[in-house]
Design a binder for this molecule. Structure first.
Ligand SMILES: Cc1ncc(C[n+]2csc(CCOP(=O)(O)OP(=O)(O)O)c2C)c(N)n1
Ligand SMILES: [Mg+2]
Length: 571
């Protein structure tokens, strides 16, 4: 998108301007200064932009306001550091209350130079926080770093979406810039990704939906579902959408979607084949619903293939959430209705060139699942074994509450037989209140609620046992592997000599005594035979029960690692 003129060598500034152009900005009101030199050069080198140079920032901002009022397009403002930006304040406040989109770009010094008696610096970040829809900050370092370039692209897209969506208004982007400021380049910059925002109003237009559905029909689609409460409308919509031959479903346990043979065992299939083979099977369109994902493998896979893939996120988000680094559409509308509409239209025009995509994954999934199943059947006493026994015996009428650590991951590996509903505190994934949240869930459900938790999480939230009126239909299974077992598994900590003392940190957990004190029946199992015997009565109605399952943490982590290494044999 950068024109033929020489551009600033500050890549971040070039990205900011290219995203603004892609999002429809045509006018920039520029005020002179040195700190903002890269921003002024970027504006000057873009022929598509009309530049208006105004020295007095107060008038500049009011003039921009007037232009945006009449053109109904966002207008950008560029000024230098220091008091310059404070002169924007009256017009920014007026724009906020008139709901006019102004894109306020202010140049700033690198963070380490703020409040250091260097000239023309003041605390700029969030200077307009009461009068803008959102404040952003661009760092002064990492101009060549691809991840930071993705970040700048994403936040500028978000800034433009904020300014122009729902009730419109000004946004503030504070751009930190280090010296040298006036250097230029002729190196081309790849064209910038533009993220579209579609609201219920946009998709009320049938032509828009038809166009989107045509794109779905012609693409290799991966449907990805993160955590969601159970919802029968969503269940129906997802089930029909995933019947399209060009769609593969990656639905996590916590999505509460039950798609039977249409769903993949996510971690099984993504660990059963070499990366190159999986990359050859990569989708070109990801359609996602729900919250954050448990599966690190799936996130890594989609990020690795982000260059060749578009991502449409359906549902309501508080910001531009670009987990797979390939977001191209935020569809802020009822996701079940959207999926249904896409299905109905896509069904009418199936595209044979992508019809093999679903079956390709289905075959891979079957091969992977059976290889992993054979492995699980072969293993000795371990957490993986214990989980497979527990989940196969748990009545499907139960609500399952999982704690963070490995519990939520094991359930996903082995969750083919899904319970009535599955929950976990995955909003921010803390181990602090899992048991208390599970008690709350039990209070809201007439049937049985089963909490499966780790020993550290249980020890953390012992107060949960003292909560009032815990229903008798509550069950707690504590997987006792002597502390944070996840740290014996994950790459970053598993090999550290500090691991056991500083990370796993086995807790003191006198569960038998606590159970007696708080009026719970107590069971304990340390091998397959004992677990089988405990499970025979554990899920029967009656008293509240706690089952402690004792496994060796180290060998369990090894067995889990080996599960991840089981590959599908070449035919
Ligand atoms: C409040 C809080 N503190 C720390 C963490 C980091 N953390 C994640 S998992 C974990 C260990 C959990 O151990 P446990 O409950 O025994 O489960 P396991 O890993 O053994 O399955 C810790 C400390 C966190 N998620 N939340
Ligand atoms: Mg543990």
């Amino acid at each position: 998108m950068s024109g033929m003129l020489q551009d600033t060598d500050k890549t971040f500034c070039r990205i900011l301007f290219d995203v603004m152009l892609g999002k429809g900005v045509r006018d920039v009101v520029c005020s002179p200064g040195s700190r903002n030199a890269p921003l002024l050069i970027a504006a000057a080198s873009r022929e598509e932009l009309h530049k208006h140079v105004v020295v007095d920032e107060r008038s500049a901002a009011f003039m921009a306001l007037g232009m945006a009022c009449v053109s109904r397009r966002p207008v950008a403002l560029v000024c230098t550091s220091g008091t310059a930006l404070l002169n924007y304040a009256p017009a920014v406040a007026e724009a906020f209350y008139q709901s006019v989109p102004l894109i306020v770009l202010t140049a700033d010094r690198p963070e380490q130079w703020i409040d250091q008696d260097d000239s023309q610096t003041l605390r700029q970040f969030e200077a307009f926080s009461n009068y803008v829809k959102k404040s952003y900050e661009i760092p002064s370092w990492g101009d060549e770093d691809r991840e930071l370039q993705w970040y700048v692209n994403r936040i500028m897209n978000d800034a433009m979406i904020e300014a122009t969506s729902r009730r419109q208004g000004p946004v503030h982007v504070n751009v930190r810039l280090g010296e040298p400021l006036g250097r230029k380049t002729r190196n081309p910059l790849p064209s910038q990704r533009i993220i579209d925002m579609l609201t219920s109003d946009t998709i009320a237009n049938r032509e828009v939906v038809k166009e989107l559905a045509a794109e779905v029909a012609g693409s290799k689609v991966m449907f990805v579902a993160g955590f969601m409460p159970p919802d029968s409308r969503m269940q129906r919509a997802a089930a029909e959408f995933c019947r399209l031959h060009n769609v593969v479903a990656m639905t996590e346990t916590l999505s509460n979607l039950h798609l039977g043979r249409y769903a993949c065992d996510i971690d099984a299939v993504l660990t059963a084949f070499p990366d190159e083979e999986l990359d050859r099977m990569a989708p070109d369109l990801v359609v996602s619903v729900g919250g954050s994902l448990v599966s690190r493998k799936l996130k890594e896979y989609l990020r690795r293939n982000s260059g060749r893939c578009r991502h449409w996120s359906l549902g309501w988000h508080h910001t531009t959430s670009d987990c797979f680094q390939s977001l191209t559409k935020r569809v802020e509308a009822d996701p079940a209705r959207m999926l249904h509409s896409l299905y109905v239209e896509a069904m009418k025009k199936p595209d044979s060139s992508v019809a093999g995509f679903g079956p390709l994954w289905e075959k891979a999934k079957e091969q992977a699942s059976s290889a992993k199943r054979r492995y699980v059947e072969s293993i000795s006493w371990s957490e993986l074994k214990a989980f497979s026994m527990i989940l196969s015996k748990m009545p499907t009428t139960c609500n399952l509450f999982l704690s963070n650590g490995t519990s939520v991951r094991y359930a996903q590996l082995l969750g083919q037989r899904l319970p009535h509903a599955s929950y976990c505190n995955r909003g921010v994934s803390g181990i602090d209140g899992c048991s208390s949240t599970a008690v709350g869930c039990a209070k809201g459900f007439k049937g049985m609620t089963v909490l499966v938790t780790g020993d550290m999480s249980m020890a953390y939230d012992l107060n949960s046992l003292a909560l009032p009126d815990i229903p008798s239909e509550m069950r707690i299974i504590v997987m006792d592997n002597r502390g944070g077992g996840i740290f014996r598994f994950i790459r970053s900590t598993s090999q550290l000599e500090e691991r056991e003392e500083y990370f796993c940190a086995p807790p003191v957990l006198p569960l038998r005594q606590l159970a007696a004190g708080y009026g719970w029946e107590y069971l304990e199992a340390g091998d397959e035979k004992e677990l089988k015997a405990s499970l025979a009565t554990f899920f029967s109605p009656g008293n509240r029960k706690i089952l402690r399952v004792v496994c060796d943490g180290e060998s369990s982590a090894e067995i889990l690692k080996r599960y991840m290494e089981v590959r599908v044999d070449k035919e």
